[in-house]
Design a protein around this ligand. Sequence first.
Ligand SMILES: Cc1cc2nc3c(=O)[nH]c(=O)nc-3n(C[C@H](O)[C@H](O)[C@H](O)COP(=O)(O)OP(=O)(O)OC[C@H]3O[C@@H](n4cnc5c(N)ncnc54)[C@H](O)[C@@H]3O)c2cc1C
Length: 255
Amino acid sequence: MNIYVILKQTFDTEEKIVIQNGEILDDGVKYIINPYDEYAVEEALRLKEQHGGTVIVVSVGPDRTAEALRTALAMGADEAVLISDPSIRTDESGIAALLASYFGSQSYDLILGGYFSVDNGAGQVAVRLAQLLDIPHASAIVKLDVSGGQAVAVRDAEGDSETVEISLPALFTAQQGLNEPRYPSLPGIMKAKKKPFQQLGLNELGIDAESIVSKTERIELFNPPERKAGIILQGGLAEQAAELVRLLKTEAKVL
Ligand SMILES: Cc1cc2nc3c(=O)[nH]c(=O)nc-3n(C[C@H](O)[C@H](O)[C@H](O)COP(=O)(O)OP(=O)(O)OC[C@H]3O[C@@H](n4cnc5c(N)ncnc54)[C@H](O)[C@@H]3O)c2cc1C
């Protein structure tokens, strides 16, 4: 079975976001595999262990993205593909189009991705890719069983569960709870260094920058307004109640 995982490298979820001149500063920032994509990598590895085959991880991003792909190789993926080019400055539709041009020349049974990225969080790239490849997809899956040319997936539908049966090839996006991703082992890290790692630019994919221009324009990017510090009421119960009523009238103006 040919299993592909599309993954994005994102800021570590512990990082503080600093915006300057409308751009997020990335000086000294720690990057990780988007956590939802880590579930996708783990699921791909489990399916390979069950059914055999190959796991190939693919990402679009700058050169630093190689680190995320190497982590996936160290977890057990067989091959990695980095699509990187200085002229890639595009939105979700462009990233999906780039991935579609890559997959156009691949043979795949399953494509797994994340439900959404923890940074931009559009939740668009993977499902747009399925649409462009004209294959079925199920998003936010918490269970996946594959047998023959069929897959049965359980989706998280806003807290409820929905079970869907889909013919392969198909694309699935991973929701939290699908599995518990493994850590890369030391032998895995050593082996990763020798695994095939392909780097492709727009030329190799045979597409030009005009065909992946953004369909959206980012007007502004800003942090949420700082929250005012809370107030801890002092004194006895009656005093606190009186002060609370006063604050609700004068500060919150809800009474
Ligand atoms: C107007 C605009 C301009 C932008 N310009 C730039 C730019 O110049 N440079 C830049 O780096 N970013 C740019 N971005 C951001 C970039 O388009 C998004 O980060 C990217 O499309 C992924 O969207 P997302 O993070 O919301 O992922 P989602 O759509 O939430 O991701 C869902 C899933 O799709 C897959 N996926 C997402 N991104 C990738 C990827 N890159 N490679 C492989 N799989 C992936 C993963 O499996 C992920 O879990 C721009 C965005 C906008 C709106």
